[in-house]
Design a protein around this ligand. Structure first.
Ligand code: IMP
Ligand code: MG
Length: 181
């Protein structure tokens, strides 16, 4: 679905900008993980398009697994409560884990997730996120790769939803407040 949509008030990142940035990130990851056989851990459901594009842009062979956690419910405000809805199928012992995230807002989800995965014997746990909002700076998490820093507005597209809609938009934009207020 094209980003030029009546419910989108502002375009933040176009599909073309995403593909250029994804290629740059993939090249950095290929270099960093050259002899580490990384396990990419995608966070469902928002990271699906990013994981698909990023992993295909990488030349390295990777394995992939998925986790589903909940922190938001159906609204737009973080609850701070994280629950595992679907856990990994992969044993992390000795693995170099790269968490693939769609967006870091409060950082609560990620901070919980990185420490959770670190306790499972992973050799390393790093994070790549497509988007990062300014509030993320308040939580002490080391995010090694960031696609784009964006303003605090509620955004949708390229995996990000509002009540399960707009995930299929080809880029990222600000949702008209009239849609959720
Ligand atoms: P955090 O715990 O506040 O960092 O939020 C993490 C999760 O909330 C993300 O992985 C998203 O699923 C969701 N989220 C945060 N901001 C947005 C947004 O602007 N649009 C859609 N989902 C968001
Ligand atoms: Mg998410």
């Amino acid at each position: 679905m094209h980003l030029n949509h009546p419910d989108i008030t502002k375009v933040l990142v176009t599909a073309d900008q995403i593909s250029v940035r994804v290629a740059e990130l993939a090249a950095e990851l290929d270099e960093y993980y050259a002899d580490k056989d990384p396990l990419l851990v995608g966070v469902l459901k928002g990271a699906v398009p990013f994981m698909a594009d990023l992993s295909r842009a990488m030349e390295l062979s990777t394995t992939q697994d998925w986790m589903a956690v909940s922190s938001y419910g159906s609204g737009t405000i973080s609850s701070g409560v994280v629950r595992i809805l679907k856990d990994l199928d992969t044993d992390l012992d000795g693995r170099h884990v790269l968490i693939v995230e769609d967006i870091i807002d409060s950082g609560l989800t990620l901070s919980w997730l990185t420490s959770n995965l670190a306790t499972r014997g992973a050799a390393s746990v790093e994070v790549v996120t497509l988007l990062r909002k300014p509030d993320a700076a308040k939580v002490k998490i080391d995010v090694r790769w960031v696609g784009f820093d964006i303003p605090s507005d509620f955004v949708v597209g390229y995996g990000l939803d509002y009540n399960e809609r707009y995930r299929s938009l080809d880029g990222v934009g600000v949702l008209a407040p009239s849609v959720y207020s």
